[in-house]
Design a protein around this ligand. Structure first.
Ligand SMILES: Nc1[nH]c(=O)nc2c1ncn2[C@H]1C[C@H](O)[C@@H](COP(=O)(O)OP(=O)(O)OP(=O)(O)O)O1
Length: 157
């Protein structure tokens, strides 16, 4: 079974979350966290910090990233499993700016644009927003329909 290891970073301020509108590639036209593929010989935390910086200019030290989720995505007809490591942080430097890939925007926690996000986000964001950690699995048919899923709250990674 093939796996692609990816990162997803959700930066938080008191009552806001930073999302990016994806301008190209996988998940185009959706609001998402920042992230991408972990390169060979790169640690997962380092990869998460690098993708955040590349996609919106914010600088976070890998040590200031807190791992909050691990989600495996499978797509019907595709043998590739996406293993997504989800992180959060409130300790960052800089101001987010638009890049070739993402248009960043802060959203109030009560106003997350779920209708324009991956459909799984609606299920696990409440755990993230309430400070919980989780593991999940989602089987997709295409990019908009979840055929099967499980999601469990865990205490630590
Ligand atoms: N169902 C889903 N729900 C979600 O919230 N995020 C998802 C998701 N499926 C994938 N992602 C995230 C993980 C990762 O941050 C991003 C996909 O990464 P990218 O396409 O940016 O990575 P690639 O490695 O293809 O490109 P690079 O940016 O060049 O590294 O989308």
């Amino acid at each position: 079974m093939n796996r692609k290891v990816l990162t997803l970073v959700l930066i938080r301020k008191l009552n806001e979350v930073l999302l990016g509108y994806k301008k190209r590639g996988f998940g185009v036209n959706k609001w998402n966290g920042f992230g991408g593929k972990v390169e060979a010989k790169e640690g997962i935390y380092e990869a998460a910090a690098r993708e955040l910086r590349e996609e919106c200019g914010l600088v976070v030290l890998p040590v200031n990233l807190e791992k909050i989720g691990l989600i495996n995505f499978e797509f019907v007809g595709d043998p590739l499993i996406l293993e997504v490591h989800v992180f959060t942080s409130t300790k960052y430097e800089g101001h987010p700016f638009e890049t070739e890939e993402m248009l960043p925007k802060w959203f109030h926690v009560t106003d997350i644009p779920f209708d324009d996000m991956w459909v799984d986000d609606k299920l696990w964001f409440p755990l993230f927003l309430s400070g919980k950690k989780f593991k999940g699995y989602f089987l997709f048919q295409g990019h908009d329909v979840i055929l099967k899923h499980n999601l469990e709250n865990i205490t630590c990674f």
